[in-house]
Design a protein around this ligand. Structure first.
Ligand code: NOJ
Ligand code: MG
Length: 579
């Protein structure tokens, strides 16, 4: 009997050690599940040389800021050689850094310096298209018969000489551009300066795989795959049902997520990712929550996919910024629940985001008008940092940045914002209505320079910033917020610490509470070790709830009094339930 007992103890001990070793191995290979990601809009983060443009040396000088937030992965918007028609999303040379941002040596230093702080660099791979100044395109457009003639999507004009079909690019205007030399049109999902690559050509896929491998060898920790849902075009590229008064149809409806796209991405994953510890996150506009199981998880093509349903909750037509849609908090919660459920089905992972460089600031986007900025920024941060998945913080979000509202369209830099404005005017909206749409959705709002301190130009540059620094930098800047214990920045830092110490906030299940409640976003995060309850009041009124859910619970972190059963306006509270 005694011997049996000892045997059982020994066996249990062995099992325990194996399980712990397994967990440790998993920890290492899936480091990106346990960390916090941060998006840097390189042009706007920190300028080191006074030219008004953020750069790699600037980023190196501010790594401590990222480290204090518990960031382990930094997604850099494209910093390759580019004519900057779309701020770097038009790449002329995938193998070199744009001189405005620095050199390859700077990039190597950045990877090394970040590495010392356990931060991995994540590169943005823009593979749906290149710049029209990329030498691949220069060769392709040089005639009908050259080594790269089939590397882009070329088509003959219609009989009357017009574009091959009525597709409208995502930034407005025809998706086709005529080329004199070839006597043909080429397709561009975005700007005419961004010709689409032809992924059907295996040589193109190989060239792109080589680019990605080059960066893996440089030591990056992952990739964000830009506009990836558009890479496969349908076999038939005929006219679509018009959705605008000029007879065009948005290209998104015609090409997003075309059947067969996953074959290309499986090939990419096998060639680039296998045997490495990098992660991938795809920008997958056009993939619905129901489709997520095909994209993520062990059998999927990416580790994570940015799914957009919650950021367009108020926008029925992405081209028309003048029409908005009413939404309620239960609608918002349902969208998160759907993505959570879908990724869970395949043990997949989710990138939590409320902002990025294409989206409005979340305080304006998701909170009622008139919301207190500090309380609101904290409420949103509570969601961002406690939901299941890897949080992606957009630079400035941790300081509570809000949308800019410049008085005329000429002041906006972003080409897409300008095009949206003129599209609205073309559809018959007044200049005032079109500008109101710009104030709601302009991409410039998330691209204004980072605010480091209250010195001139917020410490972003000693020169003239490429985009104006927002006027509120005297109050909302990193230095001032670091000093203030009640700041949004310090709340982010506290939440990041909480995440590190409470594994249920990382590996725990997600279970929504009080779904019908119009004011409170609440959920349980529970793993085998612990159970946390998160409660966030999204409204400007006090919100009551049934406190039974908090029986035996202790407040871990909160923005208010933490009184059970009631939340003050915009209050966020995180409890631990002790059984
Ligand atoms: C998505 C990027 O996030 C956006 O900024 C860019 O303009 C388009 N893709 C085109 O690359
Ligand atoms: Mg600079």
């Amino acid at each position: 009997m005694k011997r049996k007992c000892i045997l059982a103890i020994v066996l249990a001990a062995i099992l325990f050690v194996c399980a712990a070793a397994g967990e440790a191995a998993q920890d290492q290979s899936e480091w990106w599940k346990r960390t916090i990601a941060y998006e840097i809009y390189v042009k706007s983060f920190k300028d080191s040389d006074g030219d008004g443009i953020g750069d790699l040396q600037g980023i190196i000088s501010e790594l401590d800021h990222l480290q204090s937030l518990g960031v382990g992965a930094v997604w850099l918007t494209p910093c390759y050689v580019s004519p900057q028609a779309d701020n770097g999303y038009d790449i002329a040379d995938y193998y070199n850094i744009d001189p405005a941002y620095g050199t390859m040596a700077d990039m190597e230093t950045l990877i090394a310096e970040a590495g010392k702080r356990d931060i991995r660099i994540v590169m943005d791979l823009v593979f749906n298209h290149t710049s029209c100044e990329n030498e691949w395109f220069t060769e392709s457009r040089s005639g009908l018969d050259n080594g790269k003639s089939d590397w882009y999507i070329w088509a003959d004009p219609k009989e009357n000489g017009s574009a091959p079909n009525n597709w409208r690019s995502i930034f407005g205007g025809s998706a086709w551009e005529y080329d004199e030399t070839r006597g043909q049109y080429y397709l561009h999902t975005f700007l005419p300066e961004q010709p689409d690559l032809n992924w059907a050509n295996p040589e193109v896929r190989e060239a792109l795989i080589n680019v990605a491998r080059f960066w893996v060898e440089k030591g990056v920790g992952g990739f964000r795959l830009d506009a990836i849902t558009y890479i496969k075009k349908p076999a038939e590229m005929s006219d679509g049902e018009p959705d605008a008064s000029d007879g065009t149809v948005g290209i998104h409806a015609m090409t997003a997520n075309t059947a067969g796209i996953l074959d290309y991405l499986r090939e990419f994953k096998a060639a680039v990712q296998e045997g490495t510890d990098i992660f991938t996150v795809g920008e997958a506009n056009g993939v619905s929550a129901e489709e997520l199981p095909e994209w993520v998880g062990a059998e999927g093509v990416f580790d994570m996919v940015f799914e957009f349903s919650h950021v367009v909750i108020d926008l029925p037509d992405e081209m028309n910024w003048c029409e908005t849609r009413e939404w309620s908090l239960p609608d918002f919660k349902a969208l998160f629940a759907a993505s959570q459920e879908a990724t869970k089905q395949v043990s997949g992972w989710y990138p939590i985001f409320l902002e990025n460089h294409d989206q409005p600031r979340s305080i304006n986007h998701f909170l009622p008008a008139g919301a207190d900025r500090v309380a609101g920024g904290k409420a949103l941060a509570a969601l961002l940092l406690t939901m299941r998945g890897t949080p992606f913080i957009m630079e400035g979000e941790e300081l509570g940045f809000v949308n800019v509202a410049w008085p005329s369209i000429e002041e906006y830099d972003d080409v897409s914002t300008r095009n949206h404005y003129w599209f609205a005017v073309g559809e018959g909206y007044s200049a005032e209505e079109a500008l109101a749409g710009v104030h709601r959705f302009a991409r410039d709002s998330s691209r204004t320079p980072m605010q480091w301190d209250n010195s001139e130009n917020a410490g972003f540059t000693t020169g003239t910033p490429w985009l104006p620094v927002y006027e509120d930098y005297g109050t909302y800047n990193a230095a001032a917020e670091r000093e203030n214990p009640d700041s949004i920045l310090n709340w982010y830092i506290s939440l990041a610490g909480l995440r590190r110490e409470h594994s249920e906030l990382i590996t725990g299940d997600y279970q929504e509470l009080f779904h019908e409640n119009e004011q409170i976003f609440a959920y349980i995060r529970e793993n085998e070790k612990a159970k946390a309850v998160v409660l966030i009041n999204f409204s400007l009124e006090p919100a009551a709830y049934d406190a039974a859910v908090l029986e035996g619970a202790e407040l871990l972190l909160g923005t208010g009094a933490g009184e059970k059963g009631i939340l003050a306006p915009l209050e966020a509270a995180i409890y631990e339930v002790k059984d």
